[in-house]
Design a protein around this ligand. Structure first.
Ligand code: HEC
Length: 335
């Protein structure tokens, strides 16, 4: 993480409109003579001002430090909208004069970009940004005030850390007591518990639950860590481990039929009756976990390339693999 942060800083310092062309980023350096950047058409900001346009226009100035860091506001439009635009600490819809985002950009408080770069307002004056402060003020003025009816854009988003944990528990028939005892000590060190570190009580001595929650992109408000609902290498890796451990726990939990709905651990693919039960169970599991009927191709694929591939290691392992494969399907991960 620290390494990625450095990359962000390095990129900022040598590239783009932020500081690289303003005289090597020298403190207070003059922006004079730097190439002009094409400004977005002011007309696009009149009336139904688009946050997407503002995002794209601000991004070149900010992304060097705000993509691969702990503050990835510019990693995606969704990140910008949910962390900056819809947080009244930064943007007060309809009221640019009360929007702290503009103060950062003006450089009156906590200037962005930070020194040694010039703050945004000065870069804008020097023609080195794609959007200027009056355009940003017009955009904020046009944003619907809170409480106004909003038609949310139809976006596909990945499940949040909370949604992943809740959905998996419901679908797999697991409960928190499968991971923690009454004193919130882990029952098994390899149980892959997931638990928000902001919840009380939180006495998990190895912080496994909190670490995995954060790896899945969950926030840690007590430590000031933002939510990250991007599909990142660490979130995919955490989801892989969690799905495998939880699917295994569900398969082995006595009396739990959530994974083994229409088949049992004694069904083997080598017998016609066993193969039929396994296929029927794959289809039922797919429907229960993704909410969509499985196609014949989905069933064939999971049967041959997952179940049968793992069957020599035991049917519990084969069903764990099938279940974990469904969790990592884009259909499962998004909503
Ligand atoms: C050279 C790197 C760099 C660039 C470029 C940069 N920032 Fe930042 N930004 C930071 C750092 C470092 C912090 C955290 C410092 C702090 O909290 O005081 C930060 C914090 C922030 C915060 C949160 C401040 C808070 O008090 O929590 C916002 C909002 C922000 N930046 C917006 C922007 C915007 C918008 C741009 C583009 C105009 C931008 N930044 C460009 C490095 C950068």
């Amino acid at each position: 993480m620290r390494w990625a942060w450095l990359v962000g800083l390095t990129l900022c310092a040598c590239e783009g409109v932020v500081s690289g062309r303003t005289g090597g980023g020298a403190a207070g350096g003059s922006a004079g003579g730097a190439p002009q950047v094409e400004r977005i058409d002011a007309g696009t900001l009149d009336g139904g001002v688009s946050t997407a346009v503002v995002f794209e226009a601000l991004k070149p100035t900010c992304e060097g430090c705000h993509v691969f860091t702990s503050r990835p506001f510019f990693a995606s439009l969704a990140a910008f909208e949910s962390v900056i635009v819809s947080d009244p600490r930064w943007v007060v819809p309809g009221a640019p004069e009360r929007s702290a985002l503009l103060s950062l950009l003006e450089g009156t408080v906590n200037p962005m970009p930070p020194p040694p770069s010039l703050p945004f307002a000065r870069l804008a004056e020097a023609g080195q940004t794609r959007i200027d402060l009056p355009q940003l003020a017009a955009w904020i003025r046009g944003l619907a005030p809170p409480g106004a009816p909003r038609t949310p854009p139809r976006l596909v988003r990945r499940k949040t850390a909370e949604q992943i944990a809740r959905t998996l528990m419901d679908q797999l028939g697991l409960v928190e007591a499968d991971f923690y005892d009454g004193a919130f000590n882990l029952r098994a060190s390899d149980g892959y518990a997931v638990r928000s570190p902001d919840l009380t009580p939180f006495v998990d001595p190895f912080e496994q639950g909190g670490t995995l929650f954060a790896a899945l992109g969950g926030p840690h408000h007590l430590e000031g860590k933002w939510r990250n609902d991007g599909i990142t290498p660490s979130s995919l890796q955490a989801l892989t481990h969690v799905s495998q451990a939880w699917c295994r726990a569900a398969v082995e939990k006595p009396g739990n039929r959530r994974v083994l709905r229409l088949a049992s651990l004694t069904d083997r693919s080598a017998t016609p009756a066993g193969a039929a039960a396994i296929r029927a169970n794959i289809a039922a599991l797919w429907l229960a976990m993704t909410g969509e009927p499985a196609t014949a191709a989905d069933v064939d694929d999971l049967f041959a390339s997952v179940f049968q591939a793992y069957e020599p290691r035991g049917t519990a392992t084969a069903w764990t693999a099938v279940c974990a494969a469904i969790v990592r399907d884009p259909l499962w991960m998004t909503w």
